[in-house]
Design a protein around this ligand. Sequence first.
Ligand SMILES: Cc1cc2nc3c(=O)[nH]c(=O)nc-3n(C[C@H](O)[C@H](O)[C@H](O)COP(=O)(O)OP(=O)(O)OC[C@H]3O[C@@H](n4cnc5c(N)ncnc54)[C@H](O)[C@@H]3O)c2cc1C
Length: 389
Amino acid sequence: MHLELTNEERDLHGKARAFCDEVLLPRELEVEEHGHLPKESRGPLRDAVIEWGFAGINHAPEDGGTGCSIFQQVLIQEQLGRASNGLWAVVWMPAICLKEGTDAQKRDYLVPCCRGERRDCYAVTEPDAGSDPRLIKTRAVKRGDHYVIDGEKWFVTSFDAADFMILHAHVDGDAEKPTLFLVDHDLPGVRHVRSPKFMHNYIHEHAEVVLDGVEVGADKMLGGVGEGFELTKDWFVEARLEIAAHCVGAATRAAEIANEHAATRVQFGRPIRDFQAIEFMIADMAVEIMAAKSMLYRVAWEIDRDIGRKLVHARVSALKLHCSEMAGRVVDTALQILGGRGYMRENPVERLYRDLRVDRIWEGTSEIQRAVIGGQIKKRGLEVYTGWN
Ligand SMILES: Cc1cc2nc3c(=O)[nH]c(=O)nc-3n(C[C@H](O)[C@H](O)[C@H](O)COP(=O)(O)OP(=O)(O)OC[C@H]3O[C@@H](n4cnc5c(N)ncnc54)[C@H](O)[C@@H]3O)c2cc1C
């Protein structure tokens, strides 16, 4: 068993850290001020992603990506996660299920997405369907050689930056036929309703969208009728892994800032780190990050060794649960060490505190992850989590 990074992995890690420091961090206050990344800043950042070699890191070179392994992607995402205000999303990751498309779909959607010429967003959630996607009401009904789609989607992240949706619908309104469609935003009947404000600032919007009699050709179906849930599960796994990596990166940055502050802030005649109350907080943060990072690297490493789809799904739920809850605790502690300065919006720790809250909600809440884990233990035993193979 090798626990060291190879030279290539170390270089990639260093490059991702430099990208975050040089390209993303200087934009944080701009996003804070506007509540999103202004449109005129998007082009230069897109060009930077291509120049630095981070375009389509999760897809194969033949599909226009860079073909990074899961472990390499995690090394990159961990560093991107250090940036507040969702700036990590500057580095586009076309949804993994696009690789299941037909040759024409790959040519028209996946390849241009990897190159940064198009952008996808993913629409599952609805007003009455959140944790339980079987409650989805968006329906697709076949009429001749096309489908007519009606429904409403909420929280569609990056709708404003994307030009098509990967839309989760039920064919004929039948929950046994969950199916994905590629829906171009400029089709008649696709209507942006509003983009509410959220606790965090994020480079793009989380939109509410109505589909009113939208006609798409049968060739826009991704996978087959009834295969939508399995494909969406693949996307969940990818997104949960990405969230876990961001959480480790964000927690590390918050801990670094707090540690530095504790060494230089003097009260009652000594640096505050000399008070055991503060020293123990720093120790706890370090241990929390060490444990979560070990779990992150282990699970990523295992996925590259093909442990099987079910085990990947099971372990990634545990990883997302642990890393998101760990990051919440760490950033709260870091903010406490910073005192009033930690409560200022100009302080990265304050922004990360707001940013990290959603990681316990999106892509499956903490309760849903626990339900997945509990179900796996019931079916396959505790060893799924406590064993080593
Ligand atoms: C900023 C943001 C961006 C998002 N981006 C996207 C996106 O791009 N695309 C997309 O499709 N969705 C997106 N979402 C939606 C997100 O995935 C959902 O919010 C999430 O899945 C939870 O659904 P819900 O909000 O409807 O909560 P609900 O499902 O209504 O849950 C409410 C509460 O009940 C609990 N609960 C529900 N069921 C159970 C259960 N079985 N056992 C125990 N507790 C339970 C939940 O854990 C939660 O605490 C986004 C959400 C946010 C906030």
